[in-house]
Design a protein around this ligand. Structure first.
Ligand code: ADP
Ligand code: MG
Length: 688
């Protein structure tokens, strides 16, 4: 009676402590597995399964196999001490020994009982079963065998059998309360299993086919909820913005381009101009591999803004890059009578004041800068367009801070890190996306090789050869992440610089690292860009953006330490000029297996998007963009590598649903589930 009333009050959102046998200690152990509520435990799915439907006769045991069997205990041997307990077992066809290191075995077994057994066959003075799981058979059907058994991620505090029982209890009592939130139309269209059935099937699959249907249904749920959530957020974030229309300046610039646009650039510019002419704000991501020509696309957008009398901001992550972008822009814009300014943290006093005055008076049409753009006193007269380069380094919040500076600017986010399409859809699903998937013509492919530490002679020869031909060389040292800011970076660059200077006395060498002051960094880069330096030893401070076409050889030391995206970014610094470029990956002594895998991927894959896919497969979605995506891609069932088709389907259905019903009024259950699962993660309105 007590049980019944309790169950009436207890729901899927109640604590796991309402389950039989869960006290404080187990609740804590479950919490460590992110299982807090009864609903959580229903969705705590097995990591794998063991098919224990087939029984193996004892005369067919082979060492190395894991088998299930039914047998009777003939005799027991309980020597005590460190020696294992053992039993002789028979199924009428053969007799085998089983051993256990469990001292209590004598209390559990006696001759004559019948057992269901599961375990590994080994050979040790004859065939034996090593430490098999067992269950004494009664008139009830056995739990251990005769079915597909779910294997959960167990811990010391929560052993496998305990979790299995907890899940089964929860399923028996509470699975009936799962309400199918998926719109009935969609379920019907794809002949999907119901939610309750799918959840039960995932814990206790009938067979492979039925399991697949169930997991696909649940993967669809997760991807569909996310897509709908992103679209919902996009709808609520839609801001009005003044339409910006390209005019004379834009036309003049396009007519004077020294080269034809690539098809991809043309498409991206079309997308952007179309967005900017709308009365609602553009929110677009421009993705393009290093060297794909994103700057030009940004300039086209900036000119459309200028033609409409609006200012533009271009934000970049580092001071060096800001300076380089500023010079590039200045060169393109000055002939058109468009004025640009540069704002970095280094700008102080009178210079800063006059720049900000010009900005506020509307005399500057473009401001290029770093985070300094967010500081106090930076006021635009009329900010119409915000371009954010190398997006993954800026938080979303900073983007919002920039938006707050203008009345309501159009936003273009650019990234050179190729992001797999599945990830773009799931993480940036609320942005429109343009992709520059075509490099300007004439780029030569970069050859990539890997050399070991013993091949120093060969590598010095490579450097001398290039330098003799008047070309330049990068030597990249890894940044050791968990060290005091910049220190280890400094020491590895310095020691490398000293070593190379000794080995190559006739080559002009400079170094670049995080500890140098900004002007110094810029001066080093300037000398290298001007060809005054032949070899630049650098930590990754120069990784983004900066291009010296005459550099055709790059060494990456301890290459296995870098992430794939980073390696690809680095490699993209060469291959911009006339000469055949070569990238040499140096596999340090301490290269991990994952490091080797990354080096191998670099040798095999020239294209950033292919590498990004490889990265996604290797490291999972959380790491690929260089930032954790705050739980957006923490799926229980869905997998962005395997479920591309399901993702496309989910996106299509979510778009259709929200087009018809932008606030999900007609699907209150779905809306409720969406808020419950993703409201906080996606910062959806109406969530605490
Ligand atoms: P990204 O920022 O995408 O890495 P950039 O905008 O720096 O690439 O462009 C790389 C180089 O390619 C620049 O020197 C630029 O002038 C050149 N470039 C851009 N578009 C074209 C094109 N359509 N044809 C030839 N060269 C181009
Ligand atoms: Mg760029």
């Amino acid at each position: 009676m007590w049980d019944r009333t309790t169950h009436d009050r207890v729901g899927l959102g109640s604590s796991v402590r309402y389950l039989h046998g869960v006290g404080e200690r187990r609740a804590e152990a479950l919490a460590r597995l992110d299982v807090l509520t009864i609903g959580d435990i229903l969705f705590f799915f097995p990591r794998r399964y063991e098919d224990r439907r087939r029984l193996t006769p004892l005369d067919e045991l082979h060492p190395g196999e894991t088998i299930c069997a039914i047998a009777e205990v003939l005799s027991l041997s309980l020597p005590g001490g460190p020696a294992p307990a053992s039993a002789l077992l028979t199924d009428g066809r053969a007799t085998v020994r089983a051993i256990w290191f469990n001292p209590h075995i004598g209390k559990l077994l006696k001759p004559g009982v019948r057992l269901a057994l599961c375990g590994r066959v080994e050979y040790y003075n004859g065939i034996q079963l090593n430490n098999p799981e067992f269950e004494v058979l009664t008139d009830q059907p056995p739990q251990l065998i005769g079915r597909i058994v779910p294997i959960y991620p167990a811990t010391a505090a929560l052993p496998q059998r305990r979790i299995q029982n907890l899940v089964d209890d929860a399923l028996n009592t509470y699975a009936g309360r799962l309400v199918d939130f998926l719109p009935a139309k969609i379920r019907a269209r794809y002949g999907m299993k119901g939610l309750q059935e799918a959840v039960c099937e995932l814990h206790h699959p009938q067979d492979a086919e039925s399991w697949l249907k169930a997991r696909n249904r649940l993967a669809f749920d997760e991807l569909f909820l996310l897509q709908a959530g992103l679209l919902l957020r996009r709808g609520s974030e839609q801001r009005p913005a003044p339409p910006l229309v390209p005019g004379k300046t834009f036309e003049r610039f396009m007519a004077a381009l020294p080269f034809p646009l690539t098809g991809a650039q043309r498409r991206a510019i079309d997308d952007i101009l179309r967005d900017m002419q709308e009365t609602k704000a553009m929110n677009r991501l421009l993705q393009g591999d290093v060297g794909a020509g994103k700057t030009l696309v940004a300039v086209a957008a900036i000119l459309a803004a200028a033609d409409s009398g609006a200012q533009a901001a271009l934000m970049v992550p580092t001071g060096i890059l800001a300076q380089q972008h500023y010079l590039t822009l200045e060169r393109m814009l000055a002939p058109l009578g468009i004025k640009a300014g540069l704002l970095t943290g280094n700008l102080r006093g009178e210079e800063r004041r006059s720049l900000l005055d010009a900005l506020q008076a509307g005399e500057l049409q473009v401001l290029v800068g770093t985070h300094a753009i967010f500081t106090e006193g930076v006021e635009f007269a009329n900010l119409g367009l915000a371009v954010v380069d190398e997006q993954h380094r800026f938080g979303v919040l900073q983007k919002n801070a920039l938006i707050a500076k203008g009345t309501s600017p159009h936003v273009l986010v650019m990234t050179a890190t190729p992001i797999p399409r599945t990830l773009v859809l799931s993480v940036y699903g609320d942005l429109d996306v343009s992709v520059l998937d075509e490099l300007p013509p004439g780029r030569k492919p970069i050859r990539t090789i890997c050399l070991g530490p013993e091949e120093e002679g060969r590598l010095l020869k490579l450097i001398r050869e290039r330098v003799r031909q008047g070309q330049q060389v990068y030597w990249v040292c890894p940044l050791i992440e968990d060290s005091e800011e910049g220190r280890a970076d400094l020491s590895s660059v310095t020691s490398c610089y000293e070593r190379l200077s000794k080995l190559l006395p006739d080559v002009s060498i400079e170094m670049l690292h995080g500890q140098l002051p900004m002007e110094e960094k810029a001066a080093v880069m300037r000398r290298f860009a001007a060809g005054e330096t032949s070899l630049l030893v650098a930590s990754v401070v120069f990784e983004v953006g900066v291009v010296v076409p005459n550099a055709s050889l790059m060494f990456i030391e301890d290459a296995g330490q870098f992430g794939l995206a980073q390696l690809h970014q680095l490699r993209g610094r060469i291959g911009r000029g006339e000469a055949e470029s070569l990238c040499v990956l140096l596999g340090g002594q301490g290269t991990t297996p994952e490091g080797h895998e990354r080096i191998e991927a670099m040798l095999r894959l020239p294209d950033g998007f292919a590498l990004a896919e490889a990265d996604l497969e290797q490291r999972g979605p959380g790491e690929v963009c260089g930032v954790r995506q705050h739980g957006v891609t923490d799926f229980r069932v869905a997998n962005l590598v395997r479920d591309r088709k399901i993702l496309d389907l989910a996106r299509k259905e979510a778009q259709a649903l929200l087009a018809e019903d932008p606030t999900l009024e007609t699907e209150p259950l779905f809306r409720e589930e969406l808020m419950r699962r993703l409201g906080k993660t996606l910062h959806l309105a109406g969530t605490a």
